[in-house]
Design a protein around this ligand. Structure first.
Ligand code: FAD
Length: 450
């Protein structure tokens, strides 16, 4: 079993611990169960003999998030606050700039330490730096998202799945243990804030026209139900049918993973406990653990994870070589957004994302590669794909999304293929390839119109 300290980054070792409570500033891992950051904060509070409080800060806008994603998150956060109450852990909800609200609160309660969870994206690192610069107590970061903490797996940007896979597999036995039980605490002198989802609307400066979806319910309990359904009904066909967007045998866990409403470690523990076929387990763990943790590695170590400069030299060279190739179609962002291309299959994928908030994984590759084919340069393709992905996908604004776009458009973690116009040596996908994999007509008809 691993030492929990290896999950913790302590940048401010020399700072003096304050006198007051321990704050867990929850960001990416929005759950009470199976949360290493909360467990660590709770153990630290015990060690210091202090109270523990959990705080969450809402910002008025976040990347391209709309009401669809905010509502999913806030309804999950409401459940977090209720669930924390069962452990006598008070919860505070702030609205504003975390660079101001968190230091202000820490100062007002003379906090001893702030513990937070790990997110490799720029925005989260920027907030942490702002907080760190304004407080005088330590701020610790706990990787509660990856099974093996990102910095333990590797200290550098990994080249591809085949370079990170052996590192992860070597460390998994050490890290894949059962979680310690979260302990009920003594009654607190602090009162909890009530999370009123509707009331937060006045504060938000986002697009409310992209509405909530009702086929997937937010929250930790719901995430476990979706996991249970996947293990009992779908995983047997995961290997055969996961690339068929008509059958849809994937888990649908990505929105829960994105908002941290379920732990990847819990998913693997359950799969290990309930699935007997090693082959099936391996297939699923390759996606859930290797590919997902590779995406965190990419965003952690490549500061250009969301733009052309983040591509490998071979990919930049080949895309520059074909930069002036004639494109058969060039579409504007609006034409893409409103599913107005000449290709009914592409339009159907876009409609699936706009209406459902989750495009099937196989279609995401085709969708992004066609954006490369139908824009005037790869820079535009990356920008448009990220804009649409982040705006409509429930699981968008995630390392997986940036890596997925950079894989499709710029060959990140992929190899060079035979050269062709517009794509250069970037892997190509076409309509006929999809026709060979699944019933394209049924998929198109299923999505309807915008
Ligand atoms: P399952 O097949 O059930 O997989 C289980 C879990 O494994 C997923 O939830 C996810 O966490 C992980 N996983 C699966 N495939 C990948 C992959 N290729 N890379 C990394 N992790 C993976 N994923 C997101 O979470 N958010 C995004 O915004 C996102 N955007 C993408 C954009 C493009 C252009 C591409 C090509 C891929 C993108 N992906 C994204 C990765 C992948 O398509 C989704 O994770 C997957 O479709 C989610 O559905 P699921 O949970 O049913 O998948």
């Amino acid at each position: 079993m691993h030492n929990i300290e290896s999950r913790v980054k302590k940048y401010d070792c020399n700072r003096k611990v304050g006198e007051g409570l321990v704050i867990y500033w929850m960001q990416r891992d929005q759950r009470v169960q199976d949360n290493w950051a909360l467990i660590y904060a709770s153990q630290l509070a015990d060690k210091l003999g202090k109270e523990l409080i959990v705080v969450f800060n809402i910002v008025p806008d976040f990347l391209q998030a709309t009401w669809r994603q905010y509502a999913f998150m806030l309804r999950g956060i409401k459940k977090v606050s209720e669930s924390l109450a069962e452990y006598n852990i008070p919860f505070k909800l702030f609205m504003g700039d975390p660079g101001k609200t968190i230091p202000y609160f820490a100062g007002s309660v003379k906090a001893s330490v702030i513990v937070s969870d790990f997110n490799p994206l720029h925005i989260s690192r920027f907030w942490k730096k702002e907080v760190q610069d304004k407080i005088e107590i330590p701020l610790y970061t706990v990787d509660a998202h990856n099974i093996v903490p990102a910095w333990v797996t590797s200290e550098k940007e990994e080249f591809a799945a085949y370079t990170i896979r052996p590192k992860i597999h070597k460390l998994i036995p050490e890290y894949l243990g059962e979680f310690p039980q979260l302990q009920e605490r003594e009654a607190s002198i602090y009162t909890s804030d009530i999370v009123d989802v509707e009331k937060t609307k006045d504060f938000l400066n986002i697009d409310f026209s992209v509405d909530e979806v009702n086929w997937l319910k937010p929250g930790e309990d719901e995430a476990l139900l979706v996991l249970d359904k996947f293990i009992s009904e779908k995983i047997v066909k995961y290997d055969d049918l996961r690339n068929d967007p008509v059958q849809n045998y994937t888990s649908n866990l990505s929105p829960y993973l994105h908002f941290g409403q379920i732990s990847a470690q819990r998913i693997v523990l359950e799969v290990e406990r309930r699935v007997h076929s090693q082959e099936l387990k391996d297939k699923f763990i390759e996606e859930l653990v290797v590919r997902r943790e590779l995406a965190d590695n990419y965003c952690l170590y490549n500061k250009n994870y969301d733009n052309f400069n983040g591509l490998r030299d071979w990919a930049k060279t080949t895309l520059n070589d074909v930069r002036n190739d004639k494109r058969e179609h060039i579409y504007s962002t609006d034409e893409f957004e409103f599913a107005q291309t000449h290709d009914p299959l592409w339009n159907a994928a876009q409609i699936e994302m706009v209406k459902k908030g989750k495009m099937h994984g196989y279609m995401r590759m085709y969708w992004a590669k066609k954006i490369l084919e139908w824009t005037k340069c790869p820079e535009d393709a990356i920008k448009i794909a990220i804009y649409l992905n982040d705006k409509y996908e429930l699981d968008g604004r995630d390392p997986n999304g940036y890596t997925g776009v950079m894989w499709s458009v710029g060959g990140i973690h992929d190899r060079a293929w035979a050269s062709r116009p517009v794509f250069g040596k970037i892997r190509y996908m076409n309509y006929n390839g999809c026709k060979r994999k699944f019933d394209v007509k049924t998929y198109i008809n299923k999505q309807g119109v915008l």
